[in-house]
Design a protein around this ligand. Structure first.
Ligand SMILES: NC(=O)C1=CN([C@@H]2O[C@H](COP(=O)(O)OP(=O)(O)OC[C@H]3O[C@@H](n4cnc5c(N)ncnc54)[C@H](OP(=O)(O)O)[C@@H]3O)[C@@H](O)[C@H]2O)C=CC1
Ligand SMILES: O=C(CO)COP(=O)(O)O
Length: 341
């Protein structure tokens, strides 16, 4: 009996990763450092074939080698989900309903679901974990999110990084965090699922705002004040929507996540905002970027959710007006200037 338990302990954990972008690729690289088997679903058959042949993602983090003993690529999602303990979602939020449209509750039964997504499901204005619970009946105790200041590009370079794994279930968060710890990454578990998830969504909008102001010619002095004000904005919103007395917004899962995205050269949200500040239209900025800036979709959801709560969120309002109401960036940021202190 003891022998059987020991053998079971040594069996690799089977994990499905859904999504073929930079973050999915980075997460697979991290997980491959541990005792796991990864079944990786990508939407393009040509990408699946390329990975099988060359053990690299042809389109994102193309230099990161993939370990073929641990990683198998699939084009059929059903095959990728077969027999796994964890399902990691790494498709940008706006595409999640379409990507999962052929799945049902059975596919999620008795599995832990990890959202690596920092965005909202548009139209429904739901956090990804809320949507998964609603659509597939996954209990909250089997849900967690990956957050924290971590860009895929730095993971690919094995630069020391940290992640925060949040779940209302301590076991779920700790078990998953233990699968990520490796020589260049530390993951820690916390219990504030919604707080972390909302903060990760809103910080993308703030990074977009930082890009807009940079594009308009504002400097570091202005950005520092805006980021400080943004943290207060996040604080007010979370207190209204999901109050939690033990939440420490200064920790890296919240403030750290905001800082890295607001300041990093790798941030898609900041890059997208910068183009808007420099005079690109939303359409042309999207076409030029070829990667997804979640903040573009998220600002609409947060703006609409906040219509119910009425929290003072001048930065969110300015970004919403610029992206969805065709307001001129110069005048919106001009108005914002008077709010900030
Ligand atoms: N990149 C990062 O450093 C981090 C990203 N995140 C989050 O991870 C999530 C995924 O982002 P990321 O990997 O960076 O995105 P990328 O922009 O790198 O890649 C986008 C991915 O989405 C796929 N996609 C596009 N349209 C669809 C669709 N209709 N159905 C299914 N898949 C589609 C693309 O496929 P194709 O190539 O075939 O077009 C591609 O695989 C986001 O929520 C992001 O905020 C979180 C932390 C860090
Ligand atoms: O969330 C991220 C890093 O923590 C990625 O941010 P961007 O999507 O702006 O690149």
């Amino acid at each position: 009996m003891t022998d059987i338990i020991e053998i079971k302990k040594k069996l690799p954990t089977q994990i499905a990763v859904l999504g073929g972008g930079s973050w999915a690729t980075a997460i697979i690289k991290i997980l491959s450092e541990n005792n796991v088997k990864i079944k990786w679903w990508l939407r393009r058959k040509t990408d699946v074939d390329f990975i099988k042949k060359y053990n690299h993602n042809p389109s994102y983090l193309t230099d990161a080698p993939l370990n073929p003993r641990k990683v198998k690529a699939y084009h059929k999602m059903n095959d990728a989900l077969n027999g796994v303990e964890y399902i990691i979602l790494a498709v940008p939020a706006a595409f999640v309903p379409d990507a999962l449209k052929n799945l049902n509750r059975r596919h999620f039964q008795d599995k832990r679901v990890v959202s690596a997504i920092k965005g909202m499901i548009p139209n429904e204005n739901l956090l990804v974990t809320d949507w998964i619970e609603k659509e597939f009946g996954v209990p909250q105790t089997n849900l967690c999110v990956i957050a924290g200041p971590c860009h895929a590009e730095e993971v690919a370079l094995e630069k020391q990084s940290y992640l925060t794994i949040a779940s209302p279930s301590k076991a779920c968060a700790e078990d998953f965090a233990s699968l990520l710890n490796c020589r260049y990454l530390q993951a820690h578990a916390i219990l504030d699922l919604y707080g972390v998830e909302y903060c990760a969504v809103i910080k993308n909008i703030i990074a977009l705002a930082c890009g807009i102001t940079h594009g308009l010619g504002y400097g570091d002095n202005f950005q520092a004040v805006m980021v400080s004000n943004a943290m207060q904005e996040i604080h007010r919103f979370l207190d209204a929507v999901y109050p939690e007395t033990k939440r420490d917004l200064h920790s890296s899962g919240y403030l750290g996540d905001l800082l890295v995205t607001a300041y990093s050269q790798f941030s898609r949200n900041r890059t997208f905002g910068n183009m808007i500040g420099r005079g690109y239209s939303v359409k042309s900025a999207q076409m030029e970027m070829n990667m997804v800036a979640e903040g573009y979709y998220a600002v609409k959801s947060i703006h609409q959710i906040n219509e119910r709560y009425g929290v003072e969120m001048p930065i969110i309002k300015a970004v919403y007006n610029i992206l969805y109401e065709k307001a001129a960036p110069t005048s919106e940021i001009g108005i914002l200037k008077d709010y900030l202190k």
